[in-house]
Ligand binder design. Sequence first.
Ligand SMILES: [Ca+2]
Ligand SMILES: [Ca+2]
Ligand SMILES: [Ca+2]
Length: 330
Amino acid sequence: MKFLTPFAIVWTTFLAQADILFSIDFNSTTQGGGPNAVGGKYSNYDAGHEVANDFVTQSYAAFGTTVSLTPSWPDSTDRRVQQMIDRGGGNDANWTGTDLQLVTDFLGIDTRTSNGGNGNYDGVTGTPTTMLLTLGDLPGGTYQWTSFHHDTENVHTPFLMDISTDGGASFDPVEGGDLKMSSSSGGGNPANPNLEFGPVPASLSSTVVTEFQTDGGSDVVIRFVPLSRSAVHTQIFGINGFELVQTSSSFTRFQITGISKKPPTGEVVLTWNSKPERSYTIRASESLDTDPSTWSDIDDGWLSQGETTSYTELDPGLARRFYVVEENPK
Ligand SMILES: [Ca+2]
Ligand SMILES: [Ca+2]
Ligand SMILES: [Ca+2]
């Protein structure tokens, strides 16, 4: 049996090198003479603007398997929230950069109450009008996500973005803050004082680059929440497309990797895989008779020490003790 191992490694490496990129261009079938596919490395997600029946799960060959992509708008049942816009030639002419057919069209959200949305929302006050992008069957690994949020017309809405790697049960905010769409055309209501025209989609101030890690067992859910305000051109949100690169096919499972009791002092040292800039709750119990989530905590805000974190409990003076570590929400 031993000689089989090298073959398994070669096979894994081949997949990783041949198939590490999954890119999507969102295209409108009902506007701008679309669908206008940018082509190249991009696959297409095509749908009609506000055509609810078009926003179905689509599947793509990627990462050596089949990955599914599903947009959804959980905060409204009104199809008019469900945007798939393609701008016309007059607006498109303002874009002087590459890949016009990537940025001319976008999937998105109309938050206006007159169009079925929930109105303005500043992150605290108001009601969000959220859109989710659910990636199903993504293999376990580490991924770099790049998404584009440009309008060749006037939309320049600020937005929040969060990523869930547990099927939508919990979300991590994307670092960087101040996410905001960019736009190319003068005028609008309100007008964008800082127009952008290129030179490449990746150079735009609106482009989001982030990383996530998934164990492959749950859907990855990308959540977009417009910080809608003022008037129409800061009340609509869009994503032109995205690129997903598998930077590693391995992942580090969240688990306690070490537990030891120091004989001289009786101190107990716990070590686990952690994320930077997070905090952890440590719970302990003398028995397994109750649900670990109900055990009393011995610390509810232990700060991460980076990729690995340790916690030392002074001698608890017990013959047996069980521990759990929970990652706190941000
Ligand atoms: Ca396109
Ligand atoms: Ca167009
Ligand atoms: Ca697009």
